[in-house]
Write a protein that binds this ligand. Structure first.
Ligand code: FAD
Length: 292
């Protein structure tokens, strides 16, 4: 590992000031939160910046709050604070549970949700679950605010739709309805997941018919992915859907188009999609309705 090149740290007091600093330093500057990805990449000399803008000095960006039918998680909230938040545990247990298994406790104590999404590392757990939950990212730049869905903000491996002066300020997550069950499963051997799979299903009062489904697979390819065909095959009476799971997994794998990487071959990942979709389906139908 190389020694870190010299850089200057800047401490904005507002999002507006942070946006102005990013615009001012241009390609020589970068937003900095927990630094778990950024400083590592800089130590390896994979990224070079002369100015880091510390978003953690902006007050209020670490807030986690419930709104009418959604949960708003500030971008600077660490994984650890999300995992431990009584509000997240109560209102969106699937998010707290997913977060518990991100990295190790040292990374979770420092790494932030905004940094995870802002880096667009392909093996992100939150990106997969948040796409399934229909979450939106709030971005603020010099000229105003906008909101993007997860598949709009993460556009490829290490690639986001953030403008150079934009800061991700919060993630807004709609709370699942009472009739919905949300599951997130992952398979991991090394530091990052080989596969993450999120499944949200709407189940009728009898508990035997799925009226709506959304499956998302992540980590197997550059960005989390879903498939209309897979989701359609996951709807109907439980027994019928069970028989269609292999076809649904194939449709999801076709849409994701897994890649070979250090975590495994594309063929292996296709196999895992089948195994984990089946597991998620079984768990979703077995789990009680926990969401308020
Ligand atoms: C050993 C290890 C294991 C890991 N395992 C997992 C895992 O199992 N699952 C998983 O999902 N992740 C995993 N990660 C990734 C981890 O979640 C991220 O490192 C962390 O969330 C990044 O947050 P940060 O605050 O440290 O970001 P930083 O390193 O500070 O920043 C990362 C990038 O995001 C940008 N950024 C930061 N904040 C913002 C913002 N508010 N708006 C816009 N851009 C921003 C920065 O400019 C930079 O480009 C692992 C990381 C490590 C080092």
């Amino acid at each position: 590992m190389m020694p870190l090149r010299r850089f200057q740290m800047h401490q904005p007091k507002s999002v507006k000031e942070a946006a102005e600093m990013l615009a001012h330093y241009g390609e020589k500057g970068r937003l900095y939160a927990g630094g778990t990805e950024l400083l590592l990449a800089m130590k390896h000399d994979l990224l070079r910046y002369e100015h880091l803008v510390d978003v953690k000095t902006v007050p209020g960006l670490d807030k986690i709050e419930a709104q009418n039918s959604s949960l708003r998680i500030g971008s600077v909230a660490t994984h650890r604070s999300i995992e431990k938040s009584p509000l997240v545990k109560e209102r969106l247990p699937v998010m707290a549970e997913m977060t518990r298994y991100i990295a190790n406790v040292r990374v979770r104590a420092t790494g932030t949700l905004g940094g995870n999404i802002g880096f667009a590392e392909p093996h992100s757990d939150p990106a997969t679950l948040l796409l399934a939950l229909g979450a939106k990212a709030t971005l603020q730049g010099q000229t105003g605010e906008r909101s993007l869905a997860m598949n709009e903000i993460i556009v490829g491996a290490y690639e986001t739709a953030l403008a150079p002066d934009e800061i991700l300020t919060a993630i807004e997550i709609p709370l699942p309805a009472r009739s919905q069950r949300a599951i997130y499963l992952k398979f991991q051997i090394h530091e990052r997941p080989v596969l993450g799979l999120a499944l949200i299903v709407d189940v009728d009062a009898s508990g035997n018919t799925i009226t709506k489904a959304k499956a998302v697979v992540g980590a197997v390819s550059p960005a989390p992915c879903r498939s209309d065909k897979a989701d359609a095959l996951l709807v109907g009476p439980k027994d019928k859907v069970e028989k269609q799971l292999t076809d649904a997994a194939r449709a999801l794998a076709d849409a994701a188009d897994p890649v070979d990487d250090l975590e495994g071959s594309a063929e292996y990942k296709r196999h895992l999609i089948g195994v984990y979709l089946r597991r998620a389906f079984t768990q979703a139908l077995a789990s009680p309705l926990r969401n308020p």
